[in-house]
Design a protein around this ligand. Structure first.
Ligand SMILES: [Fe+2]
Length: 297
C-alpha cells in the first residue's frame, strides 16, 4: 500500500518541481541572443537592431524591468518593439522606466493584442490546445493603449501600425512598413501595400504575429527583413524537440530565431514575458535579440 502511494506522490513532487522551475527560475532567466544577418549591400557599414517583444509587463516584474533597462548599454542603432508590451492598466509607467535608456535611440513599434486588451484568467494549458485569437471577445480596448503609444513616441520612436516610414539607422536609409496585429484582425496590409522603395538601403517589415499571408505580401513587395514576435517560442517546449505550438499560422520550425520567408530574412523573437495567467516558460528562455545587419557575402 505504501509503495503504491509513493508513485503518485513522486509524480506530484516532480510536477510541482517542474512548475516551480518554469515559473520562478526559467521565466526570469532572461537571455540576449545575437544573430548576424547578411542583408546589406556590399560596402555598407553594419548596423545593430535590438529586437524586443512580448514583455507582457505587470508593475511588479522588477527583474524584467531592470534587465530591459540594462540593454541600454548596448547602444543599438535601432530598437524594434513588436508588441504585447503590457498586461495591466498600471503598466505604462513601469514600461517607460524599463525602456528609458533605449528611448533616446532610434526606434519603432507595432502593437499586439495585449497592448489593447487586458489578459483574463484562463487555463494555461489552453495555450497548447488552440490559438488564443478566440480569447479576445471584447471589442473595446481596456488597456491604456494611447498612453502606451504616447510614451514610446515621445522619445521619437515611430508608431508603425498599418503605416510606412523612412528612418535613418546608422548610415542607412531604411524604408519600414508595419502592420497591426493579425491575431485580432487589426492588420491592414492594403494600407502599406505596394513595391517597397527601391532607393532605400534596407527595406524592413515589422508585425506582431508572423502570419504567413502577411509575410508573403511583405516579401513580394520587396521587404528584405521581417521582424515579429507573438509566438513566445512555443513557451512550453519539449527538450530536444522544441515548440509544440506557434499560436499562429507559422510552422513550428520557425517559431523563433532566424529563418527565411520566401525571399526575405525572418527573425521571430520568443520574447520576454508571459501572460500573468500563464506565468511559466519551459525549455524556452525569455529573450531579446541583437541583430547585426552585415553586407551580403
Ligand atoms: Fe505575447
Amino acid at each position: 500500500m505504501r509503495k503504491a502511494a509513493a508513485i503518485p506522490l513522486s509524480l506530484l513532487g516532480l510536477g510541482l518541481a517542474g512548475l516551480g522551475y518554469a515559473s520562478v527560475i526559467e521565466r526570469n532567466a532572461f537571455r540576449l541572443r545575437r544573430f548576424d544577418i547578411p542583408v546589406l549591400a556590399r560596402g555598407q557599414r553594419p548596423v545593430r537592431i535590438l529586437h524586443l517583444t512580448d514583455l507582457h509587463l505587470t508593475p511588479g516584474r522588477k527583474m524584467l524591468i531592470n534587465w530591459v533597462r540594462s540593454l541600454g548599454e548596448l547602444k543599438p542603432d535601432l530598437v524594434v518593439n513588436t508588441g504585447d508590451s503590457i498586461a495591466h492598466p498600471d503598466s505604462v509607467a513601469p514600461l517607460m522606466y524599463a525602456l528609458e535608456p533605449l528611448l533616446s535611440r532610434p526606434g519603432l513599434f507595432v502593437y499586439g493584442s495585449n497592448d489593447l486588451f487586458a489578459p483574463r484568467p484562463k487555463n494555461p494549458f489552453n495555450y497548447l490546445l488552440r490559438p488564443s485569437s478566440g480569447d479576445f471577445k471584447q471589442k473595446v480596448p481596456n488597456l491604456p493603449t494611447r498612453e502606451l503609444g504616447e510614451g514610446m513616441t515621445a522619445g521619437g520612436w515611430l508608431d508603425m501600425n498599418n503605416t510606412t516610414a523612412r528612418i535613418k539607422v546608422g548610415d542607412l536609409d531604411v524604408a519600414v512598413a508595419g502592420i497591426h496585429d493579425s491575431h485580432i484582425n487589426r492588420d491592414r496590409y492594403d494600407l502599406v501595400a505596394g513595391p517597397a522603395p527601391a532607393d532605400a538601403d534596407l527595406r524592413l517589415g515589422v508585425m506582431h504575429s508572423p502570419e504567413p499571408r502577411n509575410m508573403t505580401r511583405f516579401a513580394e513587395d520587396g521587404y528584405q527583413l521581417l521582424l515579429a514576435g507573438h509566438t513566445h517560442g512555443g513557451q512550453l517546449c519539449v527538450p530536444f524537440y522544441g515548440a509544440l505550438v506557434t499560436n499562429c499560422g507559422i510552422d513550428r520550425a520557425r517559431v523563433k530565431g532566424l529563418s527565411h520567408h520566401d525571399s526575405a530574412w525572418l527573425h521571430v523573437s520568443a520574447g520576454l514575458g508571459t501572460s500573468p495567467y500563464s506565468p511559466v516558460r519551459f525549455a524556452c528562455y525569455p529573450e531579446a535579440s541583437l541583430l547585426t545587419l552585415m553586407p551580403r557575402r
